[in-house]
Design a protein around this ligand. Structure first.
Ligand SMILES: [Zn+2]
Length: 209
């Protein structure tokens, strides 16, 4: 599903670049918290979109054979090992099994609260630093959110983790690799192209994206 996550994140980033400058007023606490594509230069808008694309692969780093898992294996192998150890010890000490499961696929890495907390901490630390760093962080965060939203509709995610690891899913879902996923992919590509058209129109009209 990596391709759908990529196209979904690009469609979201392009929509944000197209519509956020049209918003009359964005609350100051939100502007303080995150970089948003308003009055963005072309390089920053590209940086935001690329970061979003990379961010959309991050949650699946909880499995070693995923695209992100393979790229980050060198960083994450202690975590994979720790999870295996907890699952083994969980046969004897039950609470350890629960922690092991939380570190497994679609566990904590698929928790919106967990990612939001990490983002708030990193965002606060990056305040006053370069605009580029804030842009990357923000792009990655929205990429992660687009991943979680898609996963919610394809098997569910632990929406309330770490308080509950129970996977929540809406009434309408789709299977990975199904025709519906292909249609989602096509829809995301069309949305991204249409947003690019709107952005180009504004650029020709005002000289800004
Ligand atoms: Zn996922």
């Amino acid at each position: 599903m990596a391709l759908t996550h990529r196209t979904g994140s690009i469609a979201l980033a392009a929509s944000m670049i197209a519509f956020i400058p049209e918003l009359k007023r964005i609350p100051q606490p939100i502007i303080d918290l995150m970089w948003l594509p308003q009055d963005a230069s072309v390089p920053m808008a590209v940086c935001f979109t690329v970061s979003s694309c990379y961010g959309s692969l991050l949650p699946d780093a909880d499995i070693p054979h995923s695209t992100a898992g393979k790229k980050l294996r060198i960083l994450l192998w202690p975590l994979y090992l720790f999870k295996k150890l907890l699952l083994f010890l969980g046969h004897f000490i039950r609470p350890l099994k629960r922690i092991g499961v939380a570190l497994g696929h679609r566990g904590l890495f698929h928790s919106p609260l967990f990612h939001t907390l990490i983002f708030i901490i990193l965002s606060a630390m990056s305040r006053g630093h370069s605009e580029c760093l804030r842009c990357i962080l923000s792009g990655m965060y929205f990429g992660v959110l687009s991943h979680l939203l898609l996963d919610l509709f394809s098997g569910g995610i632990p929406l309330f983790a770490p308080f509950s690891m129970k996977r929540q899913r809406p009434a309408i879902t789709f299977k990975t690799g199904s025709l519906l996923e292909v249609l989602f992919n096509l829809a995301f590509i069309l949305i991204a192209l249409y947003m690019l058209y709107l952005i180009a129109l504004r650029w020709f009209r005002t000289g800004r994206i």
